[in-house]
Design a protein around this ligand. Structure first.
Ligand SMILES: Cc1cc2nc3c(=O)[nH]c(=O)nc-3n(C[C@H](O)[C@H](O)[C@H](O)COP(=O)(O)OP(=O)(O)OC[C@H]3O[C@@H](n4cnc5c(N)ncnc54)[C@H](O)[C@@H]3O)c2cc1C
Length: 286
């Protein structure tokens, strides 16, 4: 196995251009499991951990730009106020060891439908920054996931960062698993309120070939909510929201749960997420 270890971002992009088959490795919490279980035997790996730029975050024209190598622990510790939905999701990832090593960039790289970072990134309307020696492009998160464990990055590209607007309103995330920790989600759901735009955005995980947004549900509930008076939504509207989220999912039966169970659980998570976020909006969101 050839081992590449660039020490700068420009060197990494040049190496990726010269070795498009090279498998990047950040925290290694997905890559090393695949190698150890013999699911993958890459001829070339490229260690990204020496690249300082990937571990930085900063404000960027109204967004927060977070380097692909920022770990879940740092999202929780440093960015919880700006991206609360992603921070809640990050707290549910693996164990402290996995959160200390694992990165959102790696979650995006794997692009598993079950990746816990994906629903909150969808709900926040994130952008994914992809870079190569030919330039940089920012892909809306809704266009990033192209199939099960497939994403929009070309072979010569690396994930540089993701960008999120600092939360304009309350955000929530919850997931169902077969135990409390160290578990791949049976299904998950994220919701973000965008009060200034009168919008609700969602993300569904582990219930389709890719992470999904429940767009019909979003439009329905945004029109039902009393954004000015902040009164609680009618029970019938909340119930309908749950049904529309469940209808947006494309789940399958597998070892973790049945499609029927996933739809049912999603409708519950959607109702709860909405109630929690709306309560936050009522009691204090400026
Ligand atoms: C015990 C255990 C528990 C886990 N629990 C969870 C969980 O609860 N929720 C969850 O979502 N995941 C979980 N995972 C999976 C994993 O931790 C996450 O997917 C994590 O985000 C991967 O990040 P990483 O930095 O370790 O990625 P790596 O393993 O280094 O890389 C993952 C993929 O992304 C690619 N990649 C990495 N960085 C880049 C880059 N900058 N540009 C392009 N491609 C890149 C790699 O080539 C690879 O294909 C768990 C894993 C383990 C081993």
């Amino acid at each position: 196995m050839e081992f590449l270890q660039p020490s700068s971002w420009s060197e990494a992009l040049a190496m990726k251009a010269a070795h498009p088959e090279a498998v990047p490795i950040a925290g290694g919490t997905d890559v090393m499991v695949e190698i150890n279980l013999d699911h993958r035997r890459p001829e070339t790996v490229m260690d990204l951990t020496k690249i300082a730029e990937l571990t930085e975050w900063a404000s960027d024209n109204g967004y927060v730009r977070v380097g692909a190598g920022v770990t879940y622990t740092r999202i929780i510790d440093e960015l919880g106020d700006r991206m609360p939905g992603l921070a809640i999701a990050s707290r549910t990832v693996g164990s402290p060891q996995i959160r200390n090593r694992g990165t959102v960039g790696g979650n995006l790289g794997t692009a598993s439908p079950a990746g816990d970072a994906h629903p909150p990134l969808l709900a926040a309307g994130a952008l994914v920054e992809l870079a190569s020696t030919s330039g940089t492009r920012r892909v809306p998160i809704t266009e990033f996931f192209t199939g099960p464990k497939r994403n929009a990055a070309r072979k010569d590209e690396l994930i540089a960062a993701f960008l999120i607007e600092p939360a304009p309103g309350p955000q929530q995330f919850s997931k169902v698993g077969t135990r409390n920790a160290m578990v791949i989600a049976v299904c998950s759901f994220a919701l973000a309120l965008h009060p200034e735009k009168r919008e609700v955005r969602t993300g569904i995980g582990s219930a389709g070939p890719t992470p999904l947004a429940a767009t019909e549900a979003e439009k329905f509930i945004a029109a039902e909510l009393d954004w000015e008076g902040r009164r609680p939504p009618a029970d019938t509207a909340v119930k309908r929201f749950g049904e529309l989220v469940a209808a947006a999912a494309k789940p399958i039966d597998d070892v973790r749960g049945t499609a029927d169970y996933r739809r049912h659980a999603l409708s519950v998570l959607a109702r709860r997420g909405l109630a929690w976020a709306w309560q936050d909006y009522r009691v204090g969101w400026a």
